[in-house]
Design a protein around this ligand. Sequence first.
Ligand code: NAD
Length: 428
Amino acid sequence: MESSGWSEMDEWGPEKILQVYDPDTGMKGVLVIDNTSTGPGKGGIRFAESVTLTEVFKLARTMTWKCASAGLPFGGAKGGILANPGKVNQVEWIKSFAKMIKPYCPSQYIAATDVGTTELDMAVFAHEIGDMRACTGKPQELGGIPHELGTTGYGVSVALRTTIDFLKDIKRKGLDISKPLLALTNTLDKKRNDFKIVIQGFGNVGSFTAKFLNDLNIKVIGVSDVSGFVFDDNGLDIPKLMSDMKDKSKLSDLPVDNHNHQNHSYNILDKDEIFNVDSDIFIPAALTGVINDKTAPKLLEHNVKIIVEGANIPTTPTADQYLVDNNILIIPDFLANSGGVIGSFVEYQGRTEKEAFDLIEYKITNNVKRALYNSLSLTDQKDDTSEFNVRKVAMETAKQIVYRAMLLRKGAISVAREAYARKERVIY
Ligand code: NAD
């Protein structure tokens, strides 16, 4: 891990960087509390060999924008434990991490699951802290709403449905829109189940996104994971795929179609073939930085029109600009994948699973719709080169919410109200 986090400091944070090491267990970890002006920092604990301070900081910052965008009384934070969880005593390491950061939980940090951690780790973590409010994503037996119920994937499906409805709506209303946006609405002016969607990642987020899109009658033609890419241009049978995967850990364990007309076999390609098939909508739900200078042109070449970011920070800044310049509509991670943290808020309040799913639907529909209409109003529809940049617009909104909360924290209520009233600074 890099030795210092000073280089990451800016006007938003991070407020605390805690690097911890337990010589008794060998556990090495880091906690970044980015900004707590809107509430205690919320963010999962990533348990992986590849964890770096910079990565944890970037994920914590994403949480700052995500919680602000979702209008939750949480700030941004993230935890990281540096090891392959399969190669160490996971329970001991989680306990050790909890012990080290205990003074900050839950007053300044509320944990959750992330890559490499599960509801079981949350049970251990909460007990070690001695406070059930120290984390969310706990098992149902502890009053939890585990991420394993698919709250994030549900939110991603809601974000996509809202985007499709927006495009249909502006077409139906016959609004005076720029040529690129008109072209986008024309291309997507199909029935919902005619869209071709591919999803990269078939873990928690990817598999539940596929399931909930299938429930909406939206066709998924391909899903990939670390082992391969399952593809059927006519649409995958998602319920069947999910049940076939129950006793398997990776897609390549599925029976392969070797043209002998065997029942229930799958066409499995190399995982990176996901970038080489034609689709309308691409959903990254695996790693950071997968949409980059190398892969972004491939998405364009294969007719992708919309990207909905299920994963955190899947698009590099240069690829993002390239895609926006080429009129690809991107729904950013901090809007699209906020289902998990919205569900966490409901758990934190001691409410039910049903309430979690209802609130996710309500908030993500409204937030995505607001970001799309704000982007529409900020784009010069008479200038075909004027960019339609949802990330930029939604980020500005999130920054204004945090900015105002920071002013309020300073006790500057009149300045905060004045900032709120200034339309050029606060977009609503
Ligand atoms: P997960 O570990 O359950 O699943 C990750 C999936 O990605 C697995 O199927 C894995 O095989 C696949 N994968 C790994 N490398 C790949 C590659 N090179 N190509 C294709 N697939 C690959 O993780 P998750 O919880 O589903 O999280 C996925 C992403 O979503 C992460 O970026 C995470 O930070 C983000 N996220 C998760 C949640 C949540 O509630 N779980 C919430 C918000 C954001």
